[in-house]
Design a protein around this ligand. Structure first.
Ligand SMILES: Cc1cc2nc3c(=O)[nH]c(=O)nc-3n(C[C@H](O)[C@H](O)[C@H](O)COP(=O)(O)OP(=O)(O)OC[C@H]3O[C@@H](n4cnc5c(N)ncnc54)[C@H](O)[C@@H]3O)c2cc1C
Length: 473
């Protein structure tokens, strides 16, 4: 890898508005990276294994699309900056915008949240709908073309520089030699299952160091139409978060068509079932019978789908050894335990970081500098998910040991979590940080720190609150 100060041709070419960039993977991270790169190169080619569906059908390349996908505030802000007017389009398409904590029944660390007026909103519509809206906007740009139904199977280049990709068309002869697609820049956005480390090794380049934390968390999700009563009107959804004492989580989130996507999760050895009856029975493991009761009266509209690859994985391409002309973004760079709902937001925030790094006139955007900017865009989300998962029973992986600083942060955060349900000031800061809207330092602002360090938790509801609280006069 060339040092940041050395000559790094791709960035000079790209910075001057030249040539060709290839993006591997046409999901959210890939599309948004392509959108940004289109302002800096002559051509962007998005190579995607799937053929893009018409409309909002799920597709095989993103099996996680059958599971709940909330869009956090940090991601909303980034998407709106990248694609102005996007949130209005999302709203017009029917994606529910849910106020937190007012519109939800929420449980965490043994407490119900007061339903005080919302300080943040999440979008809870289907992932397929969100991706389709992004795709429509991004692919309208004539600078961007797609190679669909095509697998990237390797890289062109050598240890110092990547010069393109090897592509195999899915409809072609599987034994035929892959075709070469030359590029000045290759961006890996092929998701958590990326094979980039093998591709780099094959051309003699350095491979990324991997940090992992795996709790063995597994999901099962299923669509239901609810009976009137518990989750309707002012109550849009329900969610019980996991913690080391209550490792099962679950909830119901509204979709764009008036149905709810129900999710349950558990850890290694007690994974949620996908069998119809057992799925409902499993919800008895949650801290309150609310969801079990709701499901007993609700109508299932889909089978239950499972998902098990939920490890946090961070790949350090920013360290020496990565060749020039190669970047990683989205889940291919940093995959989070999905239970914290961060990946799409980080994909958008990373595209924003890419835009800023390429537009920075004070510094040459070398591969390493840009990769560092991409990594920085995912740092807060990593600290949240890795920090929480380190404490879960049975967590394994190279990054499980967080060291003494992590223990102090863990002590403080535990006190934040105990106070967030009943104390609107602590709750606001807690949500702002978790939704990636404000930095972690918001948890240490004087009014928050005073409550966390010197006051006992304020009272919170003893039963699931059935209605939002009126705003204070
Ligand atoms: C169960 C689950 C629930 C989640 N819930 C949330 C949530 O609530 N909120 C949230 O923000 N995020 C959530 N996420 C994360 C979110 O799905 C991703 O972060 C987001 O989709 C961005 O991912 P990506 O574009 O980097 O990769 P992906 O969406 O995984 O896409 C990778 C793309 O690359 C293509 N591809 C792969 N290999 C190749 C190849 N060799 N050649 C060509 N194409 C290739 C694939 O077909 C696919 O289109 C969840 C994830 C999971 C697993």
């Amino acid at each position: 890898m060339k040092s940041a100060g050395e000559k790094d041709r791709w960035s000079e070419d790209v910075g001057r508005g030249g040539r060709h960039a290839v993006v591997v993977g046409g999901s959210l991270a890939g599309l948004l990276a392509a959108h940004v790169l289109a302002a800096h190169v002559d051509r962007v080619t998005v190579v995607e294994r799937d053929r893009f569906p018409d409309g909002t059908k799920p597709r095989p390349g993103v099996p996680q699309g059958r599971h709940p996908h909330v869009l956090l505030q940090g991601g909303q802000v980034a998407l709106e900056s990248l694609l102005p007017g996007f949130l209005a389009e999302l709203g017009e398409a029917g994606a529910p915008r849910v106020g937190m904590p007012s519109d939800m029944v929420l449980w965490q660390t043994g407490r119900w949240f007061r339903r005080v007026p919302a300080t943040t909103h999440i979008y809870t519509g289907s992932r397929a709908q969100l991706e389709e809206l992004v795709r429509r906007r991004v692919l309208a740009n004539p600078v961007i073309s797609t190679a669909e139904g095509a697998d990237v199977v390797g890289l062109l280049g050598d240890a110092s520089r990547v010069r393109g990709v090897l592509v195999r068309d899915r409809s072609g002869d599987a034994r035929a030699e892959p075709r070469q697609l030359a590029a000045d820049l290759v961006v890996d956005a092929s998701g958590s299952g990326t094979k980039a480390a093998q591709w780099l090794a094959t051309i003699g380049a350095g491979t990324p160091q991997e940090e992992t934390i795996d709790t063995g968390l597994a999901y099962a999700s299923r669509i239901y139409r609810g009976a009137k009563g518990i989750l309707d009107g002012d109550t849009r959804g329900y969610y019980a978060y996991p913690d080391p004492e209550q490792v099962h989580a679950g909830g119901a989130l509204p979709l764009e068509d008036g149905t709810h996507l129900v999710i349950v999760s558990g850890l290694r050895g007690d994974e949620p079932p996908t069998d119809d009856d057992e799925f409902v029975t499993y919800t008895k493991r949650l801290p309150h019978p609310l969801l079990h009761r709701w499901l007993s009266e609700a109508e299932p509209l889909s089978p239950a789908f499972g998902y098990r690859r939920t490890a946090n994985i961070r790949r350090r391409y920013d360290l020496p050894g990565t060749p020039a002309g190669f970047l990683a973004t989205g889940d291919a760079l940093c995959t989070f335990n999905p239970i914290y709902g961060q990946g799409m937001a980080v994909a958008a925030m990373s595209a924003l970081a890419l835009r800023e790094a390429l537009a920075d006139r004070r510094r040459t955007p070398t591969t390493r500098r840009v990769q560092q900017a991409l990594l920085a865009a995912s740092r807060q989300a990593w600290d949240i998910s890795a920090g929480a998962d380190r404490k879960m029973p049975g967590a394994v992986g190279s990054a499980v040991d967080g060291g003494p600083a992590d223990q102090v942060a863990g002590w403080y955060l535990r006190r934040v979590q105990e106070r967030a349900p009943g104390d609107p000031v602590v709750g606001r800061a807690f949500r702002a940080v978790l939704t990636l809207a404000e930095p972690v330092s918001a948890l240490f602002a004087p009014p928050v720190a005073r409550a966390v360090l010197f006051r006992p938790p304020l009272p919170s509801p003893t039963e699931p609150p059935t209605a939002p609280e009126e705003p204070a006069a």
